[in-house]
Design a protein around this ligand. Structure first.
Ligand SMILES: *[C@@H]1O[C@H](CO)[C@@H](O)[C@H](O)[C@H]1NC(C)=O
Ligand SMILES: *[C@@H]1O[C@H](CO)[C@@H](O)[C@H](O)[C@H]1NC(C)=O
Ligand SMILES: *[C@@H]1O[C@H](CO)[C@@H](O)[C@H](O)[C@H]1NC(C)=O
Length: 292
């Protein structure tokens, strides 16, 4: 009798646990990426994006595409420090098929850039990094997507991560369980427990690079103002693996190849800095083996 009552209690507890798991919401807006891939040479790979849909033509013809290699930069003292007013807000994480996106469900704070006020909308991750620094990819890149409400023009702040030191990242560590649970579940979303506070995600002591580019996924829309933090953040290999497992079966790179810089200039700002960073260009790749 006592045992049966225990079973009933256990069953009731299970029901409660399942009910809270069922807080997986349905789709949350945003464009799920289903119509393109990242593998050069594939019929829907990045070299073919421009041909896949009529309004994706600029992916091929655009002169201000992203990502780019950040190499030669011009110090620009008048850009000034970044002063976001981000807040802790409820958020959901979604598997968009090619990446994980975190979306705040209430209006987050703003970031003023060159006299315009942009609101933080969503954040998503790429592994390896999309932008390269002097020819070198980092292990991951976070894109904080902002929009100016009147014009809908976009400003993205990119944070690069390296696993070299092996030190975990607080922000990625907090989100890793969500990435792991959503692995392989295209279009599924999960509410983040409590709130997500992005106010420490941009290191105010870091310098940054600024240039004009585009979205790095189709439709590759131009007119996006890019800010790439020059300080590379630490992350653990496990954290990067978790953002790399959008599809469950294998880790899958989701980085568009770098695009031509054309006539664009990359500006660099760091409080007090009068010189560009000294990081050396990547060594030339080993010559390809000749025909045998
Ligand atoms: C983010 O969430 C808000 C509120 O739920 C929704 O209106 C918006 O479309 C979402 N944005 C994206 C990019 O999914
Ligand atoms: C995800 O959503 C998109 C758009 O609603 C849809 O085209 C696609 O088939 C969905 N993918 C899966 C695996 O459910
Ligand atoms: C790339 O390397 C060159 C040569 O060392 C240096 O002048 C430049 O500032 C470096 N760029 C970055 C973004 O580190």
């Amino acid at each position: 009798m006592a045992r049966r009552r225990n079973n009933v209690v256990a069953l009731a507890i299970l029901v409660v646990i399942f009910a809270s798991c069922a807080r997986y919401a349905s789709a949350v807006g945003g464009t799920p990426h289903s119509d393109f891939s990242y593998k050069v040479g594939d019929p829907d790979g990045p070299d073919k994006w421009a041909t896949l849909q009529k309004d994706w033509a600029i992916c091929g013809s655009g002169k201000k595409q992203s990502p780019i290699d950040v190499a030669k930069v011009e110090v620009s003292k008048d850009l000034g420090p970044l002063e976001p007013t981000y807040k802790a807000r409820a958020a959901v994480v979604q598997n968009r098929g090619h990446d994980f996106m975190l979306n705040w469900t209430a209006r987050n704070g703003d970031l003023s850039i060159e006299g315009k006020k942009y609101t933080l909308l969503q954040v998503h991750w790429h592994a390896p990094s999309e932008h390269t620094v002097n020819g070198t990819h980092l292990d991951a890149e976070m894109h904080m997507v902002h929009e100016e409400s009147a014009t809908k023009s976009k400003a993205v702040v990119a944070v690069l991560f390296s696993t070299k030191a092996g030190t975990p990242s607080k922000l990625l560590g907090d989100l890793k369980p969500y990435f792991e649970r959503l692995s392989g579940k295209t279009n599924d979303t999960e509410e983040v427990k409590g709130t997500v506070d992005p106010s420490t995600w941009i290191d105010k002591a870091s310098g940054y690079y600024r240039y004009e580019g585009s979205l790095t996924t189709p439709p590759c829309t131009e007119g996006v103002l890019w800010t790439i933090m020059s300080k590379v953040e630490d992350a653990s290999k496990e954290e990067v693996d978790s953002i790399d497992r959008v599809k469950k079966s294998s880790t899958q790179p989701n980085a568009r190849p770098t695009q031509k810089i054309n006539s664009r200039i990359i500006r660099y700002y760091k409080a007090g800095a009068t010189e560009a960073p000294a990081s050396a260009p990547a060594p030339a790749p080993a010559p390809a083996p000749g025909p045998t």
